[in-house]
Design a protein around this ligand. Structure first.
Ligand code: PGA
Length: 268
């Protein structure tokens, strides 16, 4: 079988590593350095697959300094942001601060934020608006629980979540969508590529209705949930999957580098 050719219709694939609450700033520096070496060794073509990392907030300044000093071709972003810009919001992080650190992306509405911090679709829309106000590219996460899946079928919940989230989007600003079935996150039980494709196609329809066909065609939709080197190629062959949001496997250096190198996977 030939090496993987992604069907992304001109969209640059994005492999994003969500570190969640792992790695302090010293560990982050060591990891980023090794990741950059490993990808360089493998002659990774960053124009053909962008690689982004999402460390904890306390690591961001160190990561930014390293990436800048060594001119590393890695993008980075925050795992969340406040819907507010400044003021009496103890513990919150403004999009302005992320922008000042030259973060490119910010993850919004991850299922762990929705579940443990009761983030509503409306709050997520406000955060999308905040990201756009500060020139950040939001990675908007949507996905159904196992219970939703049983009750409403595969795409009803993510489609409804995305519709509301897009109310915060500013016309002309870039965004990324991540379809992450909650039952697949951290479970070792990834969706099949066919299942993921079906939902991602429905999400592209939502993008088309809300933002127009042209924007929908240009917008990247990622799959997330137990992605690893052994299953990335199958997802990347699907027409509406343009990359992956990777949790657990993004903390394993060789595994993550291998996911980023999905084009070289043969026969998987
Ligand atoms: P996982 O997490 O890859 O460990 O399943 C994905 C995510 O939560 O973004």
């Amino acid at each position: 079988m030939a090496a993987v050719t992604p069907s992304t219709a001109g969209r640059t694939p994005l492999i994003a590593g969500n570190w969640k609450m792992n790695l302090d700033h010293l560990q982050s520096i060591a990891f980023v350095q090794k990741l950059a070496w490993s990808l360089k060794d493998a002659r990774h073509d960053f124009a053909a697959a962008e690689v982004a990392i999402f460390p904890p907030f306390t690591d961001l300044r160190s990561v930014q300094t390293l990436i800048k000093a060594d001119d590393l071709p890695l993008a980075f972003g925050g795992q969340d942001l406040s819907q507010h810009d400044s003021g009496a919001y103890t513990g919150e992080i403004s999009g302005a601060f992320l922008a000042a650190l030259e973060a490119k992306y910010v993850i919004i509405g991850h299922s762990e934020r929705r579940e443990y911090h009761q983030e509503s679709d409306e709050l997520i829309a406000a955060k999308v608006a905040a990201a756009h106000r500060h020139g950040l590219v939001p990675i908007v996460c949507v996905g159904e629980t196992a219970e939703d899946l049983e009750k409403h079928g595969p795409s009803a919940v993510p489609v409804a979540q995305l519709r509301v989230a897009l109310e915060g989007a500013v016309t002309g600003k870039q965004l990324v969508v991540a379809y992450e079935p909650v039952w697949a996150i951290g479970s070792g039980q990834a969706a099949t590529s066919e299942q993921a494709q079906q939902v991602c196609a429905a999400l592209r329809e939502v993008l088309s209705e809300a933002l127009g066909a042209e924007v929908a065609q240009a917008t990247r939709i990622l799959y997330g949930g137990s992605v690893k080197a052994a299953n990335i190629a199958g997802f990347m062959r699907e027409a509406d999957i343009d990359g992956a949001l990777v949790g657990g496997a993004s903390l394993q250096l060789e595994e993550f580098a291998s996911i980023a190198q999905f084009r070289k996977h043969v026969g998987t």
